[in-house]
Design a protein around this ligand. Structure first.
Ligand SMILES: NC(=O)c1ccc[n+]([C@@H]2O[C@H](COP(=O)([O-])OP(=O)(O)OC[C@H]3O[C@@H](n4cnc5c(N)ncnc54)[C@H](O)[C@@H]3O)[C@@H](O)[C@H]2O)c1
Length: 249
């Protein structure tokens, strides 16, 4: 089987690092995009420590800048010569609340969470069209787009809902080109993003998790790995909710 090439955005963060390592363990060469060059350097070490370590390409870039995204994908072409898997994971959660969300915070929220994924997908699809087999785009969404009991502010929810609509559009648009596009929408997962919450909000949200604990980044990464594997070939256009069964009605 041909070696797969995967790009992971926000790869220096909690979830992104786990996803990059999961795909590296599955034998993919990894292009890792993030703002944090230090985080990328740490990830590079972790990848090279794996048995049969795949190739690793750190790409320090600001994903709110379409030109920076374009340059990063050109570098992926130069180093790896193609792309089979894209995981749009970079994101953050700004915590101002309605009706006092500053205009520039709304713009930044949409830009980091949604536009980054949109631009990366445009770059990725062009490259995937010439690749063999079933190509994969996995968008890391959030339960916040669907559960209105939890704390998430509306601009965060909307950025993830927009992402999930992109998932469905691309899934339909590229089904016959064998590009499978899915979202994974996790609930509370223990990463540095927890730092945006007060300890009170965090405690309440974790205690609402049916297993009495937050989910771990590796648990979410395993689902990304499943979608990226041949088992994931027949899923496209789905939003997979991971929350220990919290919101079942
Ligand atoms: N942690 C959770 O409970 C949770 C729940 C649902 C969804 N998510 C989603 O999971 C994804 C990963 O989040 P995480 O929990 O690992 O958070 P994190 O803060 O640990 O990681 C986010 C990463 O994205 C990078 N990033 C942010 N802005 C960027 C930019 N402009 N350009 C390049 N890189 C940028 C950061 O440097 C960081 O490494 C996010 O999209 C988040 O919305 C997280």
């Amino acid at each position: 089987m041909m070696k797969k090439i995967a790009a992971v955005t926000g790869a220096a963060g909690g979830m992104g690092r786990a996803i990059a390592l999961q795909l590296a363990r599955q034998g993919c060469d990894i292009a890792a995009l993030d703002l944090s060059d230090q985080g990328l350097a740490e990830l590079s070490e972790a990848v090279s420590a794996l048995p049969d370590a795949p190739a690793f390409l750190p790409l320090e870039c600001d994903l709110t800048q379409p030109e920076a995204i374009s340059a990063a994908f050109t570098e992926i072409d130069r180093q790896f010569g193609g792309l089979d898997i894209l995981v749009n994971n970079a994101g953050t959660c700004f915590m101002s609340d309605f009706p006092d969300i500053p205009a520039d915070e709304l713009d930044r929220q949409m830009s980091v969470n949604f536009s980054s994924a949109f631009h990366c997908s445009q770059q990725a699809v062009k490259r995937m069209l010439t690749r063999e087999g079933v190509k994969k785009i996995v968008n890391i969404s959030s339960n916040g787009a669907y559960n209105f009991d939890v704390f998430d502010p509306p601009h965060y929810r909307a950025s993830k809902a927009a992402m999930d609509t992109l998932t469905k559009d691309l899934a339909r648009r590229y089904a016959r080109d064998r590009i499978a596009v899915n979202s994974i929408a996790p609930a509370m997962t223990e990463t540095p993003l927890f730092n945006v919450l007060t300890s009170e909000v965090l405690e309440k949200a974790i205690s609402a998790m049916p297993h009495g604990r937050a989910m771990q980044p590796q648990e979410v990464a395993a689902w990304v790995g499943f979608l990226a594997s041949p088992a994931g070939d027949i899923s496209s256009g789905n939003v997979i909710i991971l929350n220990q069964g919290r919101d079942v009605r």
